[in-house]
Design a protein around this ligand. Structure first.
Ligand code: SF4
Length: 308
């Protein structure tokens, strides 16, 4: 089938089954184009929580579909790529977190949503890159230690913004780890008129000079899109996974959008195709479930985050 016929077939099936398709900004543009909603982790978690469809097809990696399954226990959450992991979520296991907590028995644990359900179940409050500063601010009281996991770069960035001293796990995303200070400095010199929009999971977010550079702005994925839409600038370097360029170029066709690197690509996200989305919806396969005891504990830190 051609891509457009596949898209039409998916849309027909979606209507027939009253399914909801949620897609992350990092999946292929052809998939984003037929989704009911495209967003970042925080936006997708909110959409999943509010969904009234019986079937939710989650176009993202495993931990995202798992979060949707935790938030919607009575619904069928399907993943076209149930085996698609995430290097960041794999950076910490629930047992690692429990050991860390044993060393800080009165510590408060903030876990990024890019973690497994089991890790979330051992967490006090979750965060995403869009709300990490706000979440950290809500728990830092100067009395109890705060432990942030798993992303070293995001945690360091939050510490710098808040002047805080959270303990940070040494995990990272393999895509953002390659967005180094050297790449950013090269972009600044090659495109002197451009604004540089950087995801705080990036390696360069540990570099004080880059963080303080007036041409550099640190945002979550949705924050990057918002900045491009609202800025009067005409050129933007996008320093995050390249899937988001599709949305930005659609929304801002008159602006010049330049990826920081052609290889800023998440291979886990790109496993998702129109073909496997079609088959998943047709056969209702790839159901994501979370054991009840883990789901009920993991729901607590997710809810705390959504209520902020
Ligand atoms: S881009 Fe990084 S954090 Fe996002 S899913 Fe891929 S590996 Fe995980």
């Amino acid at each position: 089938m051609t891509p457009s016929r596949l898209q039409n077939s998916i849309l027909e099936l979606k209507k027939k089954k009253s399914a909801l398709i949620l897609a992350h900004y990092y999946v292929d543009g052809a998939v984003q184009d037929i989704a009911d909603f495209v967003g970042d982790s925080l936006e997708l978690a909110r959409k999943a929580a509010a969904a009234d469809a019986d079937i939710i097809v989650f176009c993202g990696v495993h931990f995202m579909a798992e979060t949707a399954a935790i938030l919607c226990p009575g619904k069928k959450v399907l993943s076209p790529t149930p085996g698609a992991g995430c290097s960041l979520a794999d950076s910490i296991k629930a047992d690692d977190l429990k050991q860390w907590k044993l060393a800080h028995p009165d510590g408060i644990i903030i876990s990024y949503v890019n973690t497994t359900a089991e890790t979330k179940a051992a967490t006090d409050i979750c965060c995403t890159s869009a709300n990490a500063v706000k979440v950290a601010e809500s728990v830092i009281d100067g009395k109890r230690p705060v432990l942030f996991c798993p992303d070293l770069h995001l945690g360091t960035y939050v510490n710098r913004v808040l002047g805080a001293d959270m303990e940070i796990w040494n995990g990272s995303c393999f895509v953002h780890r390659k967005i180094t200070s050297r790449l950013i400095r090269r972009a600044i010199s090659e495109y002197p008129a451009a604004e540089i929009l950087i995801h705080p999971e990036s390696d360069c977010s540990m570099d004080e000079e880059i963080v303080n550079n007036p041409k550099c702005f640190f945002y979550s994925t949705s924050g990057i899109i918002k900045h491009v839409k609202e800025s009067s600038g005409e050129q933007f370097i996008i320093a995050t996974e390249n899937g988001v360029l599709h949305k930005i170029r659609k929304e801002c066709p008159d602006k010049r959008i330049i990826p920081i690197s052609e290889s800023a690509i998440c291979t886990y996200m790109k496993k998702l195709t129109l073909e496997n989305l079609y088959k998943t919806l047709l056969n209702e396969t790839g159901r994501i479930t979370v054991p009840e005891d883990i789901a009920s504990r993991a729901l607590v830190p997710i809810h705390r985050m959504l209520e902020l």
